[in-house]
Design a protein around this ligand. Structure first.
Ligand code: PLP
Length: 964
């Protein structure tokens, strides 16, 4: 048999790159003909400005290992996994063992229908994950006793930081003081400090068991139960805070809340925490869903995404994202936070865990955890040890002669305990702890008092060390969804029913500009649920994490190599957090040179909303730079702004290639102008998929970038998270990267502090990007870039006769995405970009990015992973839609009644007794013949966005709401 041609020169056919890249070489040829170039290299040389290439017309060399095949990469990953030591971690501090219900593991975490979905901006095709998120919000709100819960935050520590800034916005108190109890998780305290410093917030740490210290404060935070495990009634502190006009934040353990009175009940204004122990693997620190719940009064202040209930055009309840006007993509520097990508997949898992167990199940798990903890406490007391707290839930502090000795003895038996200090050991019990585990732990302690009685730990099902005044009844999860799917069959079908309502990458291309919805290959995904990677505690001794640390180090090296930077931190757990980390590095750099007054951040008007929001969080003032008619940074305006801010310029944040999908020829000029004015250059690397292997921002003039591993490097979007947003810097900024108090190896000792709760951020999903780079190698990665740019240009050329392409660069070429302009058609016919987006659902497509970065447009990014047939399926749909718009223009269809304004069409609408439209049912449902064979049916009609914001409902509506 003849060898198949391959994208990757000199390697056998069927290498991974050929699986990852959609168009085969013959299709590539055909696409090149349409675009009018002879080869992908020639196309790139024409599109990419000479000034950013490594040499005249030269690609960027990538010093990476020779690519591995899929089997080989998995073997290597097995080897790395084997270098992790799987022990039982009873370390606690916000991270606990949990049984991931296998039915959820396989059917959600390992199921592309869930993990390849996008953020539910197009709600009609996202009803499944929106319902799952509403379950999450409802479960958390029930347990926290606060009615408004967002659809996840990035982790507990950043949620606490978001609560701090929320409290500051929401109080009238003129103080800059935020009081934090001394008994909170250390990583939370440190993240609070990192985030407080640039904002001029003073974090005051105090032992709140002795009451609130004197003085003004805008907010107070307590941990419940405390970090050391004590169950302490926070209501007095909350009342004292309220007396002074401060808001009270309670960081609460979600499982403990099934037994303890809720923060809302105790008077708290805000509750934050992690839902990791609701069935999400530890993963060496993440990803997990953080949560925040607030009272009604604060709902417009909530950071991050909120799912709400609205109605569709037939009046039926339908879900969608609520109160979006709070968010960065609309409010920019005035947003309630910079959060964009959150932790949706993990929130879906945690919500399903609550659906799976129901209120009694969760309570039984919590009771077992508690009675095991009591048994352990009693056994240790019996042996003459002092257990520090009388009231506890799952965590003990035990006084010992030497912590190190006990930790060693425990490790010999396969357990990690916590050395709270030299003479205090911490133990946290979880759902997975068995009676045999308790015996082993007790044995590790030996005996302090030889004369004492020494029974084996005995579990008493009625034992209780929760103060009576704090005990709670089962007043949660009363909604039927938490009480009906008790059999696995029922749950399996529920999850399948939800998944079927959504359009994810497993059914169609998702041509979302700026989001890079490319293949998330199965080989890349497989390792993340291996126990060696999944069950590592983030604060386990590093010598137990040899494989995971190697993955971190390899990725740091590879990402530095491909970006041209000198140092990389993988700690930020989303692009937005990478931005913050990068800006904090710039801030640290200026301060180290006695230039602390440099605090102005220039941001082009076309920038992603996170940029402006992150700049504000880094203590900077935003100054907007105009774009010219070609969509490029306006150099005259830039000159004016750099002159105006010559003394206080901190940085510019530009996206490259630009958010307009163009390789701006002037980028090196922009870098030079900003440097001359004393500023640093931040290149937002979200669009790195257009550059990889061709140009390196660290070499063409930038000082710092973040990357989105959930875009360019194949981590799936998970329906809106998880993500990883590494920050990469040149050497002069390296000393200002994030570090971590619990892990000296996680960053430079001179660093700016942690930006995530876990030392290596969302380390659990790094094997995905590791595998991608490992299997693609230099040529594969470069080919992917070339084909991504080719595909975008192919679409631009194919669509141009029907829809004008708004911006192009050199030679009329675009980068890896293109903006098509619907405004002229809208003016002529009233048909908007939204109508086109909704109509695409009838054709079985997820819409492109709508109205970003330009209102009234659609931004299309096909990525390298879509083959020619799929690109053409999209082109045919768009051409047919153009014909439909023409029928509106000609008057054949009425402006108020046509398949575009009425889209999407549900099966119910189409099978109704009466049909009173000026177009046929077949024209509505099957505008292209191929749809008769393969049809996605949107589950709801067009959703009324405004109705949902006027009538905010953000927990599960009662079943009667759905009655017809
Ligand atoms: C996606 C994106 C971001 C934000 O990244 P998140 O991971 O969603 O926080 C920032 N800038 C640009 C240009 C992006 O496309």
């Amino acid at each position: 048999m003849p060898e198949q041609p391959s994208h990757v020169h000199g390697t056998p056919a069927r290498v991974f790159a050929d699986r990852h890249i959609g168009p085969n070489p013959a299709e590539t040829e055909e696409m090149l003909k349409t675009v009018g170039h002879s080869s992908t290299t020639e196309l790139m040389a024409a599109a990419v400005p000479e000034s950013i290439l490594t040499g005249p017309g030269r690609q960027a060399p990538l010093d990476l290992p020779e690519p591995a095949g899929e089997a080989e990469a998995l073997t290597e990953l097995r080897g790395l996994a084997a270098r992790n030591q799987v022990t039982t971690s009873l370390i606690g501090r916000g991270y606990y063992g949990t049984h991931v219900p296998p039915v959820i593991l396989r059917n959600i975490l390992e199921n592309p229908a869930w993990y390849t979905a996008y953020t539910p901006y197009q709600p009609e095709i996202s009803q499944g994950r929106l319902e799952a998120l509403l379950n999450f919000q409802t479960a958390v709100s029930d347990l926290t006793g606060l009615p408004v819960t967002g659809a996840s935050l990035l982790d507990e520590s950043t949620a606490a930081a978001e609560a701090m800034t929320l409290a500051r916005r929401a109080t009238k108190v003129k103080s800059d003081v935020f009081v934090v109890d001394s008994d909170v998780f250390p990583q939370t305290l440190q993240v609070l400090r990192t985030r407080a410093e640039p904002l001029g917030i003073e974090v005051v740490v105090a032992d709140l068991s002795k009451g609130l210290p004197d003085g003004e404060a805008f907010g107070v935070l307590v941990q419940y139960p405390t970090s050391s495990g004590e169950v302490r009634d926070p209501s007095e502190i909350i009342a004292a805070a309220h007396e002074r006009g401060a808001l009270a934040v309670v960081a609460a353990d979600i499982l403990a809340l099934t037994l303890l009175r809720s923060p809302g009940d105790l008077g708290a204004d805000i509750a934050v925490g992690s839902t990791q122990r609701f069935g999400v693997p530890l993963g060496f620190g993440g990803p997990h869903a953080g949560y925040m719940s607030v009272g009604e009064k604060l709902r417009r202040q909530l950071p991050g995404r909120l799912v709400g209930v609205s109605v569709d055009n037939t009046g039926r309840p339908a879900y969608r994202l609520a109160l979006q006007t709070r968010e960065q993509h609309i409010r920019r520097e005035k947003a309630t936070s910079n959060i964009c990508t959150a932790q949706v997949l993990l929130a879906v898992m945690a919500g399903m865990y609550a659906v799976h167990h129901g209120p009694e199940g969760l309570r039984a798990i919590a009771r077992q955890v508690h009675t095991h903890t009591v048994a352990l406490a009693d056994a240790l007391t019996d042996r003459g040890f002092e257990v520090v707290h009388e009231a506890f839930f799952d965590t003990l502090r035990v006084r010992v002669p030497s912590s190190a000795q006990i930790l060693d003895a425990a490790l010999e038996r396969g357990y990690n305990l916590l050395a709270a200090d030299d003479r205090t050991v911490g133990i946290s019990i979880d759902e997975t702890t068995t009676a045999a585990d308790l015996e082993q732990v007790v044995a590790a302690f030996g005996e302090a008092d030889r004369a004492a009685a020494k029974a084996a730990p005995t579990v008493d099902g009625n034992a209780d060390r929760v103060p009576g005044a704090l005990a709670r009844g089962v007043d949660y999860l009363t909604h039927p969804v938490f009480n009906t799917h008790r059999s696995e069959t029922a749950l399996l079908r529920y999850m399948r029913r939800l998944a079927d309502r959504d359009l994810a990458l497993d059914r169609t291309m998702i041509p979302l500009g700026s989001c890079t919805m490319k293949l998330n290959s199965t080989t890349e995904m497989e390792p993340i649920t291996w126990p060696e990677f999944g069950s590592l505690h983030p604060f386990a001794p590093l010598d137990q994490a040899g494989g995971s640390v190697q993955i971190v180090r390899d990725l740091e090296d590879w990402l530095a190599e491909v970006t041209g930077y000198d140092a990389v931190s993988l700690q930020p757990n989303a692009g937005s957090q990478g931005e913050l980390a990068g800006l904090l590095a710039i801030r640290g750099y200026h301060r180290s040179r006695n230039q602390a007054h440099r605090d102005v951040c220039l941001i082009p008007s076309s920038a992603h909303g996170t940029n402006a929001a992150s700049a504000v969080m880094a203590g900077m003032r935003v100054s907007v730079v105009a774009c010219d008619d070609g969509g490029n940074v306006d150099l005259d305006d830039l000159a004016a702004k750099t002159a105006k801010h010559a003394d206080d310029l901190a940085a510019i944040m530009v996206t490259y290639p630009s958010t307009h999908g163009v390789f701006e020829g002037t980028i090196t000029e922009v870098c030079r102008m900003v440097h001359e004015a004393g500023g640093q250059v931040y290149i937002d690397g979200a669009n790195f998929n257009a550059l990889l292997g061709w140009a390196k921002p660290g070499e063409f003039g930038a000082d710092v970038s973040h990357l989105n591993l959930h875009k360019t490097f194949c981590i799936p979007h998970g329906g809106g998270g998880p993500g990883v947003g590494p920050v990469a810097v040149r050497s002069h900024l390296a000393g200002f990267l994030p570090n971590h108090p619990g892990q000296p190896d996680a960053g430079p000792h001179t660093g700016v502090g942690p930006v995530s709760g876990a030392p290596f951020g969302s380390a659990g999903i790094l094997p995905i990007s590791w595998a991608y780079v490992r299997m693609m190698g230099e040529e594969g990665l470069r080919s992917a870039t070339e084909v991504a740019v080719l595909s975008a240009n192919y679409l631009a050329k194919r669509l141009e006769p029907y829809f004008p392409v708004l911006y192009t660069g050199a030679d009329g070429l675009v980068a890896h995405e293109c903006i098509i302009d619907l405004r002229p058609l809208q003016k002529a016919t009233g048909i908007s970009n939204e109508d086109v987006s909704k109509r695409l659902m009838d054709y079985g497509f997820h819409a492109p990015t709508m109205s970003f970065p330009v209102n009234g447009t659609l931004m299309v990014e096909p990525t390298e992973s879509e083959d020619l047939a799929e690109l053409e399926r999209f082109v045919q749909a768009m051409i047919e839609i153009r014909h439909e718009i023409d029928k509106v223009a000609s008057g054949e269809w009425e402006r108020e009644d046509n398949p575009l304004v009425n889209a999407p069409h549900t099966a119910e609408m189409l099978t109704a007794e009466s049909w009173e439209h000026g177009y046929s049912r077949a024209e509505a449902a099957y505008p292209l013949p191929s749809l008769r064979q393969d049809k996605y049916w949107p589950p709801v009609g067009r959703i009324d966005q405004a109705y949902g914001d006027r009538n905010l409902v953000c927990s599960c509506p009662p079943p009667e709401a759905f009655e017809i």
